[in-house]
Design a protein around this ligand. Structure first.
Ligand code: DGJ
Length: 705
C-alpha cells in the first residue's frame, strides 16, 4: 500500500492506495502531526475493515473515483459507456506526482478500456480539500461519459446531515436530517446553480452546530447542472460526493478528447463557522479578490423598475450621493425594446427612445458626484420579441422546431454556438468600451429547460456553462478594472465556479430584513460578507409586504456588501439623514466586517440569533443580537459572544446609529455605559441578553483594551 500525507496547520488528509489502484481517503480531519513512512503504512493497515459474509473477497473502500471494478456498488465515481462495451474500467496508476506537501496528481490508465484518468488532489493553504478528475478517451471509438463524480469518504461518526435548499426569495434555507443508510441526493438540473442548490452539504457528529461538533462539508464549484450526495451503505464507507450532472449524451468523447470535472471542495472543521472560515479565507486569498473598500451602492431596481427617466434617475443619484453612496447601478430596462419584462433581451443597444442622448449624461452625472457607475446585463437570455430572436431563431436553445416553455417570457440564448457567443461578447464589449462603466450586474432569470442546440437536438447545458465562464473571463481580460456581480433572479447562481470570475453575489431578490437574517446566515457558510450583496429597502418590503424600522433593515444589511434599493425621492429628509448615519457607520466598520471571521452563537432559543464578525487578530468585533420572532422564554437569557481572545479584556458597548430599539428591556450589565469583561467571560460564560421586541436587533461593539 502507498500512503501520502497532505497537511496544513490544522487539517490532515491521508491518501492510501492498494497496489496500483487509485487512492482512497483514509483520513480527512484534524491534523495528525509528523507521521513517518512506517506510521503511514500502519495507518493504511489499521483502516482496512474485515471482509464480511456475502460481500466481495476484498474490503470495499471506495477510491476517489470508484468504479465497479473495485467492487464498489455505491454512488459516484465513473460511469460511462461505449457502444461496444467496456463500461467499468479498472485504472492502474502509472505515475504519482507529489508536487508539494499538499498537492498530488495521479495518472492512471486502463489500456483495455481505452481510458486514461488524471486525478488531482489538493489541500489548499486554507485547509480546503479539493479534487478534480480529467478523463481522456485513448481508444478509437467514442466514449460517452454518463457521470464522473469524485467521492470523499467520511468517518462513520458523522451521523447527521445539514444541507441547504430554497426558492426564489427564500434562498439557502437549512434542512437537517439523520445520516441514515441510503442516499441523500441533491441534484440540480436547472442549467444554473439554482435557488434550491445545496451550496453546502455537511455531515457531522451528533448535534453539530456553528461552534460545536466535527463537520465535513462538500461544495461543487459549478454553475450548471450538478449533484451533491451523502451516502451510507451497509457494505462500505460513508461518503460525500459531488460533480456535474450530465444530461444524456451530453459528453461524448471522440478519440483523444477529454472531460474534466468541476472542483469538488471539502471543508472540515470544528463547527460550521470553522467550515465556512476556510471558504472565506480561500476566496479572500484569490489574486483578484477586491482589495479596495467595498463601495456602498445604490441599485435603482426597486426604486424605478422599468420606468427609466433621466431626470428622475439623476435626482436619485443626487440623493444617493448626499447619503454617502459610492456606486450607482442602473438595472434592467435601459436597452432597446425593454419597456417591461416581455421584450428586448438580446438587443444590447441603448434604447434610443428612452435614452435619446445615450447613457452618457447619466453616467457623467453619477461620476460628477464621485460615484462609480454600474450597468445590468442578462447576456445568456433572449426574448422572442427582440430583433435578435427575429434575426437568429436558430440561436435559441430548443430541442428542435418546438420551443421550450417560456419562463419570465424569455428563452435561453445558446452560447455554445460560436456566432451567438461572438455576437453577445461583441455587444457587451461595445457598451463597456463606449461608456465608463465600473461594474456589471450579470443576471440570469430562468432555469434551462429542454436546453439543446436547435439544429441537432443535442443537450447543451455543459457547453453553455463553459461558454458562460469563457465570456466572463474574456470580458474581464478586456476590461481588467471591471467588477462583476453574479445574480440569477437574486441568489440563483452562488457557487465557487462563478466566484472565480466575479466579485460579489446578489444574495436574494428579497430585501425584507427578516428573511435576509436567515438567507445571509446560511449564504455565509460559503460566501464572505464583502461578497454578499445586502441592501436596505423601502420601509414596506416589496416582496413580502412586511414593514420594518430602518434600524432593523440597516442593522441587517450592514453586515454584507452594503447597498440601498429604495426610492429615496419618496423618503423623508429625516429618513435620508438616518440612512446617511447608517452608511457612515458601515463605512466605519467595513474594514472589520470585510476581513474578519464570521461567527455565530448557537443560542438555544430560536427566537434570538447571535452573529458577528471578529477581527483576525481578535482586537475588535461587531455582534448583532436579533429577535427574529417572539420567544416563549422571556427574557432570552445568556448569549455567548464567540470568537474572542479568551485572554484579552474587552470593552462592550452598544453600537450603530440607532442605539437601543424602543421597547427593549436592557440587562443591567449593559446600562448605563460600556462594560469591561475578559474574552473568556464573553465567550464561555456569556452575558444576559436584552429582551427585544420581535424584528428588532441590538448591535454590540466589542473592542480589546
Ligand atoms: C432579477 C434580479 O435579481 C433583480 O435584482 C433585477 O435585476 C431584475 N432581475 C431585473 O429584471
Amino acid at each position: 500500500m502507498r500512503a501520502l500525507h497532505l497537511r496544513t496547520a490544522d487539517v490532515s488528509v491521508v491518501l492510501v492506495a492498494a497496489g496500483t489502484g487509485l487512492p482512497r481517503i483514509a483520513h480527512w480531519g484534524a491534523v495528525l502531526g509528523e507521521l513517518s513512512a512506517a506510521d503511514l503504512d500502519e495507518l493504511a493497515r489499521v483502516t482496512v475493515p474485515p471482509v464480511v459474509s456475502n460481500t466481495p473477497d476484498v474490503p470495499v473502500q471506495p477510491s476517489i473515483v470508484p468504479t465497479q471494478a473495485e467492487g464498489w456498488l455505491g454512488s459516484g465515481g465513473l460511469r460511462g459507456h461505449r457502444d461496444t462495451g467496456w463500461t467499468t474500467p479498472r485504472f492502474a496508476v502509472r505515475d504519482v506526482a507529489h508536487e508539494s506537501e499538499s498537492v498530488v496528481e495521479y495518472d492512471a490508465i486502463d489500456e483495455g478500456a481505452g481510458l486514461a484518468l488524471r486525478l488531482r488532489v489538493e489541500l489548499t493553504r486554507e485547509g480546503l480539500l479539493r479534487t478534480r478528475a480529467r478523463l481522456t478517451n485513448t481508444g478509437e471509438l467514442p466514449y460517452t461519459v454518463d457521470e464522473l463524480t469524485p467521492v470523499l469518504a467520511v468517518p462513520a461518526r458523522a451521523t447527521e446531515l445539514l444541507d441547504l435548499t430554497g426558492r426564489h426569495l427564500r434562498e439557502r434555507s437549512p434542512q437537517r436530517s439523520p445520516f441514515t443508510l441510503g442516499t441523500h441526493l441533491r441534484e440540480s438540473l436547472r442549467g444554473r446553480t439554482g435557488h434550491d442548490a445545496s451550496t453546502i452539504l455537511a455531515a457531522g457528529t451528533p448535534a453539530f452546530g456553528f461552534r460545536s461538533g466535527e463537520v465535513w462539508a462538500v461544495h461543487v464549484a459549478w454553475s450548471g447542472n450538478h449533484r451533491a450526495l451523502a451516502e451510507r451503505v451497509p457494505f462500505g464507507d460513508a461518503i460525500l460526493a459531488g460533480g456535474e450532472a450530465l444530461l444524456p449524451g451530453e459528453v461524448r468523447l471522440a478519440a483523444g478528447e477529454s472531460y474534466q470535472t468541476p472542483w469538488l471542495y471539502g471543508s472540515y472543521g470544528a463547527g460550521l463557522d470553522a467550515v465556512a472560515a476556510r471558504f472565506h479565507a480561500f476566496l479572500r486569498g484569490r489574486a483578484q479578490h477586491p482589495s479596495s473598500p467595498r463601495p456602498v451602492l445604490l441599485n435603482v431596481w426597486e426604486a424605478v423598475y422599468f420606468d427609466h427617466d433621466l431626470a428622475a434617475l439623476e435626482r436619485l443619484a443626487d440623493l444617493a450621493a448626499e447619503a454617502g453612496v459610492e456606486r450607482y447601478v442602473l438595472d434592467d430596462g435601459w436597452f432597446r425594446h425593454r419597456r417591461d419584462d416581455t421584450a428586448g433581451l438580446g438587443d444590447w443597444y441603448v434604447d434610443e427612445g428612452v435614452w435619446p442622448d445615450g447613457l452618457g449624461p447619466l453616467i457623467d452625472h453619477v461620476h460628477a458626484r464621485g460615484m462609480q457607475f454600474g450597468l445590468w446585463f442578462e447576456p445568456e437570455m433572449i426574448n422572442l420579441d427582440s430583433d435578435l430572436a427575429r434575426e437568429h431563431p436558430e440561436w435559441i436553445m430548443a430541442p428542435g422546431d418546438r420551443l421550450p416553455v417560456e419562463s419570465r417570457s424569455q428563452q435561453v440564448l445558446n452560447l455554445s454556438i460560436p456566432a451567438a457567443y461572438e455576437h453577445v461578447l461583441a455587444r457587451i464589449d461595445a457598451i463597456l468600451s463606449e461608456y465608463a462603466i465600473d461594474y456589471v450586474k450579470w443576471d440570469h432569470n430562468r432555469d434551462l429547460i429542454e436546453a439543446a442546440t436547435r439544429a441537432t437536438g443535442a443537450a447543451a447545458v455543459h457547453e453553455q456553462t463553459l461558454a458562460f465562464y469563457r465570456l466572463l473571463a474574456e470580458l474581464r481580460q478586456r476590461h481588467p478594472a471591471l467588477e462583476i456581480e453574479s445574480c440569477a433572479s437574486g441568489g440563483g447562481r452562488v457557487d465557487l465556479g462563478v466566484l472565480e470570475l466575479t466579485d460579489r453575489v446578489w444574495t436574494s431578490d428579497t430585501i425584507d430584513a427578516l428573511e435576509r437574517q436567515q438567507i445571509q446566515r446560511y449564504t455565509s457558510l460559503l460566501v464572505p460578507p464583502e461578497m454578499m450583496g445586502a441592501h436596505i429597502g423601502a420601509e414596506r418590503a416589496h416582496t413580502t409586504g412586511r414593514r420594518h424600522d430602518l434600524a432593523f433593515r440597516a442593522g441587517t444589511a450592514v453586515f454584507g456588501h452594503l447597498g440601498i434599493e429604495w426610492d429615496l425621492t419618496e423618503a423623508t429628509a429625516g429618513q435620508r439623514e438616518e440612512l446617511a448615519g447608517w452608511i457612515a457607520f458601515h463605512r466605519g466598520v467595513r474594514a472589520l466586517l470585510h476581513t474578519g471571521a464570521v461567527v455565530h452563537g448557537d443560542h438555544p432559543d430560536p427566537a434570538l440569533t447571535v452573529h458577528g464578525v471578529v477581527a483576525p487578530d481578535g482586537s475588535d468585533a461587531l455582534f448583532a443580537l436579533t429577535a427574529v420572532t417572539t420567544g416563549v422564554a422571556a427574557p432570552p437569557r445568556r448569549v455567548l459572544l464567540p470568537g474572542l481572545d479568551p485572554a484579552a479584556r474587552y470593552r462592550v458597548e452598544i453600537a450603530g446609529p440607532a442605539g437601543v430599539p424602543a421597547g427593549t428591556r436592557m440587562p443591567p450589565w449593559l446600562t448605563p455605559g460600556p462594560a469591561v469583561l475578559p474574552g473568556a467571560v464573553l465567550t464561555t460564560v456569556g452575558v444576559e441578553a436584552p429582551a427585544l421586541f420581535p424584528e428588532q436587533l441590538l448591535l454590540l461593539r466589542v473592542t480589546r483594551i
